[in-house]
Design a protein. Structure first.
Length: 199
C-alpha cells in the first residue's frame, strides 16, 4: 500500500512539473554573464571593472533565484591625515550573493527589479608611502555581509542593468588611520545562456 501511495505521489509531482513547464513561455534555467564599469564610493579616482557569473532558476515565470559570483578590479585613492599625499589602491575584490529577480513582463522586452544578500571580500590593498616606499599587505581576511539592489531589462539573450552594492567600510592600514568606503554602483551589460523561449 505504501509503495502504491508513493508511486502515486511521484506520478502527481511529475505530472504537475510537466504541466507547469508546458504553461511556461521561457525555459527556467539560465546563466547570466555580465561586465561593465563601477563607480566606487569615496573621494579621488575610484573606478572599477566588474565581471559576474550568475546561474539562475525561474521558480515562477516572472521570478528567478540564483547565485552570483562577481570579481571587481579597481582603484581606490585615499590620503593620509598627516601629509595628505599617501594613497592606497584596492586591486581586487569578490562577492558571493544569493539573488532574486522579478520580471515585470513576459514579452520579448522584459524589465526587471532584483536584490541580493551575501558576502563581500577585498583580497588586496597596496599602501604607497610619501617617500616612494611601497608597502604591500593584505586587508584582514574578514567576511563582510552586504546587499545589492538592481534594475534593468532583458531583450532575447541581451541583458543590461544598474546595480548598487551596499558594503561596510574597509579599514586600510595603520599608516593612514583611515578606512575606505566599500560600496559601489555598476552599469552592466551582458548575455544569458539558456532561458530562451520554448517556441
Amino acid at each position: 500500500m505504501k509503495k502504491i501511495i508513493l508511486s502515486l505521489c511521484v506520478a502527481f509531482i511529475a505530472a504537475s512539473s510537466f504541466a507547469q513547464d508546458a504553461d511556461r513561455i521561457y525555459k527556467p534555467f539560465k546563466v547570466d554573464v555580465t561586465t561593465g564599469v563601477s563607480i566606487l564610493q569615496g573621494s579621488g579616482t575610484n573606478i572599477g571593472f566588474p565581471f559576474a557569473v550568475e546561474p539562475k532558476y525561474a521558480v515562477l515565470e516572472q521570478l528567478s533565484v540564483g547565485i552570483r559570483w562577481e570579481g571587481l578590479m579597481g582603484l581606490h585613492n585615499i590620503y593620509s591625515d598627516v601629509d595628505n599625499s599617501s594613497e592606497a589602491d584596492v586591486t581586487f575584490g569578490s562577492s558571493y550573493l544569493a539573488t532574486a529577480d522579478y520580471y515585470l513582463s513576459n514579452n520579448t522586452f522584459r524589465p526587471y527589479v532584483g536584490a541580493g544578500l551575501g558576502v563581500y571580500k577585498t583580497s588586496k590593498v597596496t599602501y604607497k608611502g610619501t617617500d616612494d616606499e611601497t608597502y604591500d599587505f593584505d586587508v584582514p581576511k574578514s567576511s563582510k555581509f552586504g546587499g545589492m539592489l538592481r534594475a534593468g531589462f532583458e531583450v532575447t539573450h541581451f541583458r543590461m542593468g544598474l546595480e548598487y552594492n551596499f558594503v561596510n567600510n574597509t579599514f586600510v592600514s595603520p599608516y593612514t588611520n583611515k578606512s575606505i568606503k566599500s560600496g559601489y554602483f555598476s552599469i552592466k551589460v551582458g548575455v544569458h545562456i539558456g532561458g530562451g523561449k520554448y517556441n
